[in-house]
Design a binder for this molecule. Structure first.
Ligand code: PHB
Length: 394
């Protein structure tokens, strides 16, 4: 009895000592530093919040010590699509704050401005959203965990032409992802027999959709193909389409997943019903991984939005960063990180993902989805899938 007690007592004391030593080791080493660049303020702050929440949920689930090394996240605000600010923030994070890796980045122009900075400094840059095809060609230190517009809209072009949509008018935001969307939707759609009857590029900041909607109504296409950055703009466009009677005329809205993203979908109301989009993530995606992700997201932010396509990019980006740290036993050295991420594969809440080692871009399933009301909620219901889609833009 007393011997047993002594052994148990010693084992407990040793366990405590082990824990203290482990804690000391973590404290003795400098933390790994990750610079997270997002538009935390300004008109796109809701999307930055989505991405920040995606990062936070991952860290909450997996802790902030990876392979014995503390991971510190340094957050910086670009205030929107501001390439000069993004570039300066990346430089400061690298030179002054000594980050090991840069991540985040909602907007293409910001990612393009950061690319030469990470090349010169030899720092890995994990893109969690910015989705113009060309970005990954701008630095060998870039790996993308989000999506590309050509990857998402090409399947939709083929699907639309084969499903009764013959004439399409395209309306896209006048910058990288909009141009990519317009070009690649048109290519897939016309190759499958569809006809483009008009196209317009609208300003990235504060577009007023009324004149465009009026013009489209006069032309009477079967559908309008849309790319707008996620968030408020798709909501405003839908409102104009209702007010001007575009939908009442039977003209349909189709587009990339940004058009019906989950953060704003509920607020769009019944006019969103029947809108067809193609995308890599839906909150309504049915899988055990997504059920667990949604549950963790909602538990962490009970008053927050539903996780959307930008939140999943951030969550998966963080998972990839943690995997790279583990693979290097607590380090984030530049070239080994890129070498590791080039062949990274994971089961994401969106479905299976992998990185194409040739392009350092993501390969994933793209789904065609329809907005429906299910159990009282507006959701994008996936009904057709295209596995292992690469970025056709490169
Ligand atoms: C981009 O700038 O690459 C971008 C921004 C918002 C989106 C999609 C792409 O919803």
């Amino acid at each position: 009895m007393s011997i047993k007690r002594t052994i148990a007592g010693r084992a407990a004391a040793l366990a405590v000592l082990g824990l203290l030593l482990a804690t000391d080791l973590v404290q003795a080493q400098e933390p790994l530093r990750v610079g997270l660049i997002l538009p935390y303020s300004g008109p796109f702050a809701d999307l930055a919040a989505q991405m920040d929440y995606g990062v936070q949920v991952y860290v909450k689930q997996h802790g902030d010590v990876v392979a014995g090394r503390k991971v510190e996240i340094l957050k910086r605000d670009t205030g929107g699509p501001n390439p000069d600010i993004a570039k300066r923030l990346a430089q400061e994070l690298i030179v002054r704050d000594k980050v090991d890796l840069i991540t985040g980045v909602l907007f293409t122009p910001n990612a393009m401005a950061i690319a030469p900075v990470v090349t010169e400094a030899k720092k890995p840059f994990v893109i969690m959203n910015a989705a113009t095809s060309i970005i990954t060609t701008r630095s060998p230190y870039i790996v993308r965990l989000s999506f590309t517009l050509p990857q998402v809209v090409s399947p939709l072009g083929g699907w639309a032409a084969k499903n009764g949509i013959k004439k399409v008018y395209t309306l896209v935001s006048d910058y990288g992802p909009g141009h990519d969307s317009e070009i690649f939707f048109k290519k897939a759609f016309t190759e499958a027999g569809g006809q483009i009857v008009g196209e317009v590029r609208v300003p990235l900041r504060n577009p007023d959709f009324t004149p465009y909607v009026q013009r489209i109504k006069d032309i009477k296409p079967d559908a309008v193909f849309v790319f707008l950055p996620s968030g408020e703009q798709p909501v405003t466009l839908l409102k104009s389409a209702v007010e001007k009677g575009l939908l009442a005329d039977g003209i349909r809205l189709i587009g990339s997943g940004d058009l019906t993203e989950d953060g704003v979908l509920e607020g769009m109301g019944d006019p969103a019903l029947g809108v067809i989009t193609s995308g890599h993530y839906s909150y309504a995606h049915e899988s055990p991984e997504n059920a667990a992700f949604v549950k963790a997201f909602e538990a962490t932010f009970p008053n927050g939005p539903r996780p959307n396509l930008t939140a999943i990019g951030a969550y998966d980006g963080m998972a990839a960063i943690y995997a790279a740290i583990k693979a290097q036993n607590g380090k984030l050295a530049a070239d080994p990180t890129i070498d590791f991420l080039k062949t990274y594969k994971a089961m994401s809440p969106r479905g299976p993902i992998e990185i194409d080692p040739e392009t350092r871009d993501i390969v994933q399933t793209i789904y065609i989805r329809k907005v429906e009301r299910k159990a009282g909620k507006l959701v994008t219901v996936e009904f057709q899938s295209y596995p292992k889609v690469k970025d056709p833009g490169k």
